[in-house]
Design a protein around this ligand. Sequence first.
Ligand SMILES: Nc1nc2c(ncn2[C@@H]2O[C@H](COP(=O)(O)OP(=O)(O)OP(=O)(O)O)[C@@H](O)[C@H]2O)c(=O)[nH]1
Ligand SMILES: [Mg+2]
Length: 446
Amino acid sequence: MTTPYNEALGSTLIDRTFRERIVLVGVTLPGSDDEATDAGLDELERLVETAGADVVARLMQRRDAPDHTWFIGKGKAEELRTLCLAVDADTVVFDNELHPAQQFNLEKLLGRTAIDRTAVILDIFAQNARTQEGRAQVELALLRYRLPRLRRGSGAKLSQQRGGIGSRLGGGETKLEVDRRRINRRIRGLEIELRELAETRGLQRKGRDRSGLAQVTIVGYTNAGKSTLLNRLTDAGVLAQDRLFATLDPTTRRLALPGGEPVLLTDTVGFVRRLPHGLIEAFKGTLEVAVTADQLVHVVDAADVDPEGQIAAVREVLAEIGADGVPELIVINKADLAPDVAAQLVEDHPGSVAISAVTGEGIDLMLATLADRLRTLTSVAELVVPWARGDIIASVHREGAIVSTREEDVGMRIRARLSGPSLGRLAEWVVEPGQHPHEQEEPADV
Ligand SMILES: Nc1nc2c(ncn2[C@@H]2O[C@H](COP(=O)(O)OP(=O)(O)OP(=O)(O)O)[C@@H](O)[C@H]2O)c(=O)[nH]1
Ligand SMILES: [Mg+2]
């Protein structure tokens, strides 16, 4: 396999010419417990299997802080080496993020590849990217991950065995420098390519804005059923699979809501707990459909072991990309598999609806709710909120779709789409477009 992103991953790539045997390692740090570590390893096991490898053993340790050299303690590291020999493991995967130096030291001690959760997620993304933009985004994330991990010595040997970048260049120091320079050049090239793609998309979006159609973006945890929902609503024919990160590239389809105008519905990449920051950064272009949406449909998997944890993880990513100001409709999916959990979640999240994207139950109610939400979002109100009222500024952000904000002497000028009830509550701060609050209230007082 010599696709650019495989090459970029070099020694961190999971070899798929055979099924690698993997040992998982999880460390419980203060503030967490063994149960959480175990659940983390369950998810890591799914990720590893999705990447195309088999988990053959697990090792856990409780620590006050990560060890500088091996992340785990020296004794535990030796236990890990013995375990690897016993189960004939090819690779060790840490659930915790490894510093490049720790990764290097572990590989030296264990005599086999050591990677972390981030590398596994990057590997899955590399396998699943289809479009030019998706591939460029993944490759950029991979190269940024790989750059601080370039080394002479055993690391280089590993990448040679695996046919990575190192294998085609001369040895020694120059090789390292040549590698670095080459990767940096490629990173700059990819950044330019992605900027150009983003500009093109910006133009396309302007065209769509003129069409006046509302943008609805489906977001949610990976495997929650986002693509299945888009397919049910629009015959989009998007790949939906019981597999993590099946979708990386957004798909947009037109959808006619009951009694309303058509909207543009977009399915997009799923999120996961502790989604690598570099990936979020690289996928900014793709995730823009969530930031610029009029409405988010947040799909939740009721059949998951921890749906609330998934909701929290998704909201964290939304905040990181700046989409936390977009109104969100929570849709509890897979109600056919877990009807009781779904009912409880609907109760705990007022305004949410339960559906099954597979059986179709609840879909009509969901569409009616969505149409309702969009109707209240059609007009843009302008508010000027004094700086002293941070609470009001926060509630405008929470309840409305922010169109623009401007910092002024008297306070923050916010243009936002707000529902009728919200507007009623915030009436005190509403102004005519462009007007100052005092022009309205105290015309003669100078
Ligand atoms: N029983 C049941 N299964 C569902 C439902 N919705 C989706 N699934 C299944 O869940 C799996 C994941 O569905 P997808 O639609 O691919 O999920 P996704 O959110 O697009 O996942 P990614 O693109 O990988 O992030 C598939 O096997 C679907 O058949 C549902 O309502 N009920
Ligand atoms: Mg999908």
